[in-house]
Ligand binder design. Structure first.
Ligand SMILES: NC(=O)c1ccc[n+]([C@@H]2O[C@H](COP(=O)([O-])OP(=O)(O)OC[C@H]3O[C@@H](n4cnc5c(N)ncnc54)[C@H](O)[C@@H]3O)[C@@H](O)[C@H]2O)c1
Length: 312
């Protein structure tokens, strides 16, 4: 049993990670400032004696004794991270500095939740970890993309300079229960629109592709990455390589939800990538990991969650 810090633990991914760490018998300290996270996501854990919740902003230093740190704190959806872009960069960069400083002081192993956005709008498809990316440094998405890139730099510099045991996961689009209903991400958008009987908004011509990883698969990948040998830092793509166009996703959601919604087309937002699919060979080789949940099965679970949430 270990004492494990999860920053952003009240968020979508963080709350599932807390669940899995507690199930494995660990003590979990969940740190969150509730910017996008919610107490609802972790309410079922509050009475667990192995779970502790601390309201704290990772842009400020933190002094706690832990053996491992999962650094997930950061708004992940464009609506949220563009709301206060300066704070988004601070959360990624100052948050990384503070958590790396903590890891160094207490000799903890630390994992960074990085993102496929570090690849920007890629010229290479699918993306392998050695691709350096094509990111606009001054656009509306840059606070997130460049913040996460700088955080990766810090992780690798602490690894080289201070011999810190770091792990960098590049997470690709993930979906599942506890996503925010109004965060503008495509899976939650489509499901909520379909459940409300509204038309599904397709940006552009709907031919742009994404790959979608179910949350249980993703968390399994993070846990395996954390357990890799001390000298392996990554980065590792964690996501589902099955690629779907937005039109295919919309049609599947309509089939599973039923109802009378149609498709409504709207202009493509600035810097929206055309294609995004992970090459997961490194995860397969180093973690013996690959996703197992099909899009249809994962969507069923997610639709059931949103149906219950919207009805409450
Ligand atoms: N969900 C995805 O598809 C995806 C894809 C790539 C990367 N990621 C990364 O995974 C992590 C978790 O994403 P998520 O989807 O669960 O998003 P989320 O918004 O649900 O969770 C982020 C959590 O961090 C907290 N937070 C934000 N700023 C903070 C701060 N300054 N101090 C303390 N807590 C703070 C929020 O309140 C929230 O609980 C993020 O770092 C995100 O960049 C997610």
């Amino acid at each position: 049993m270990q004492s494990i810090l999860v920053t952003g633990g009240a968020g979508f991914l963080g709350s599932h990670l807390c669940d899995r760490l507690l199930e494995a018998g660990h003590d979990v300290l969940c740190v969150d400032n509730f910017f996008t996270g919610s107490k609802q996501n972790i309410r079922h854990l509050l009475s667990n004696p192995h779970f502790e919740l601390m309201r704290h902003d990772v842009t400020f230093p933190l002094y706690v004794e832990v053996a491992r740190i999962y650094n997930l704190a950061c708004p992940a959806s464009p609506i949220h991270y563009q709301h206060d872009p300066v704070q988004t960069t601070k959360t990624s960069v100052h948050g990384a500095i503070n958590m790396l400083g903590l890891a160094k002081r207490v000799k903890a192993r630390i994992l960074q939740a990085s993102t496929s956005e570090v690849y920007g709008d890629p010229e290479m498809h699918p993306q392998t970890e050695d691709y350096w990316g094509r990111v606009n440094p001054i656009g509306p998405r840059s606070c997130y993309d460049e913040g996460k890139r700088c955080a990766e730099t810090l992780f690798f510099d602490y690894h080289r300079q201070h011999r810190l045991e770091v792990k960098v996961a590049r997470i690709f689009n993930t979906y599942g229960p506890r996503m925010h209903p109004n965060d503008g991400r495509v899976v939650s958008n489509f499901i909520v629109q379909a459940l409300r009987g509204q038309d599904l908004t397709i940006y552009g011509d709907g031919q742009q592709t994404r790959s979608f990883c179910y949350v249980d698969d993703l968390i399994g990948g993070l846990l395996k990455l954390m357990d890799t040998p001390a000298d392996f830092a990554g980065p590792v793509n964690i996501g589902n390589p099955c690629e779907f166009t937005m039109l295919q996703l919309a049609e599947l959601v309509l089939k599973l939800v039923g109802g009378k919604s149609k498709l409504a087309f709207a202009p493509l937002p600035q810097d929206d990538p055309r294609q995004r699919r992970p090459d997961i060979s490194v995860a397969q080789d180093m973690l013996q990991w690959q996703p197992r949940v099909s899009l249809e099965d994962g969507l069923q679970e997610t639709i059931a969650y949103f149906r219950a949430t919207l009805a409450a």
